[in-house]
Design a protein around this ligand. Sequence first.
Ligand code: GLU
Length: 493
Amino acid sequence: MTDVRVRFPPSPTGYLHIGSARTALLNWLWAKKNNGKLILRIEDTDAERSTQKSIEGIIDGLQWLGLDWDEGPYFQTEFAENHCKAADQLLESGHAYKCFCTKEELEKKREAAKAAKKEFGYDGTCRNLSSEEAAEKEAAGLASVIRFKVPELEGSLVYHDEVLGTIKRAYDDIEDFVIVRSNGKPLYMLCNVVDDIRDRITHIIRGQDHMSNTTRQVLLYQALDAPLPVFAHMPLTLDLQKRKISKRSHGELVSVQFYREKGFIPWALCNFLALLGWNPGTEQEIFSREELIEVFTLDRISKVNSVFNHQKGNPKFFTDPKLISINEQYLRSMDISVLAELVKQDFIEQGIWDDAYEGEQKEWFLSTLDLIRDRFHTVRDFATLGRAYFADDYAVEDKPLKKNVLKYPDLTTWMPMLSERFDGLDDFNKETSEETVRALATELDIKPGILINGMRTVLTGQLAGPGMFDILMALGQERVVQRLSNIDHLYEE
Ligand code: GLU
């Protein structure tokens, strides 16, 4: 079997969105599975809409997701000469022709078709111009485009799709399409095929929205005498209202960058994206890279569109609950040192990173991450919900403040008392600190829970979390003593 070569060819006209990331992922999986190659090709022929910022964003997003490529990035604009040569070759071999019909003429025909309730397709006016007639028009300075000459055949063009099976399209329904504009610029339709031939692409895995192009591109392959690659068209990703997910209508909520900023784990996002439109045929939901590469096959890509439940406007579940659930499962079970790397990146960005976490405090750092991760949803939660363990400028949430602190004004006396007693402990450990709390509660004739809940709120700002005495050990005697003695400010506002 020939070596598998797949490609990811984004048009750099915006950020990397989850639909494109899924395309990149499935191509990457197929390359890895077959020890093949993934080629990154930036299709930047649309000069007006392509931007450097978008190119950087796409590359950055792929790198963050861990989707590495083997060749490229190639830039389509750098191969303009090849595209023009292919157009010339098609003209010479009689597979294409120059068309001099003006925009106005075509518009009139389009209107007429509309009035007759017929679908408009180019009627082939210039298809049979003799070379003399064409030369005359050119000499008269008439502008022309180059059109592909769709073979006049009975029946249908047929090709095989790995996902959808046999695809047929009646030749009659395919109009002679433009491959080079009147300004001499070849169109995406042609450039894409010429580049795929040059890059020796064996499999084209892309969205079903490209299927109308595929029909025409199959004709181009045939006319250019090149072997057809294998096609696999993936379902589209829709929102809950069954609208196609797009940058235009869903904005940042569908950008990979958004998930990065929210603290999603790159592979958890890949795992989720793989399941969006592909299924393993089992109930398994969590797949390591190696597992996914092992089980991934093209024929398990689903035929029907998939739904991305992004719950726009809901700040708590700003994205698909399944994505959150997969992310949580990774967060809570992944190797702690791998998690530490992700937290480190975030802490650096949040300005709370301390190099000691990789030096003398490494053990403390890892065990604290492990202690608090159970309730967290994203990597970002360590710097927000878990901030009290790493910085003194943590917020105290409203709910526990009211319920556990403001309701008991006596805590302004009790907490400093507790602070003093903790300070006096020679050996501050889980047992001695628990005895201290219980003894004080007995002395004051109150439930220990009042002290414990108050402590939790003062020390972590949170309503819930790990066991109280584990928290004390994670924070350490000095910080506990300091924070408990300083409860007054919570009553001030
Ligand atoms: N540049 C096209 C896109 O981003 C590529 C489509 C393809 O051939 O895969 O949609």
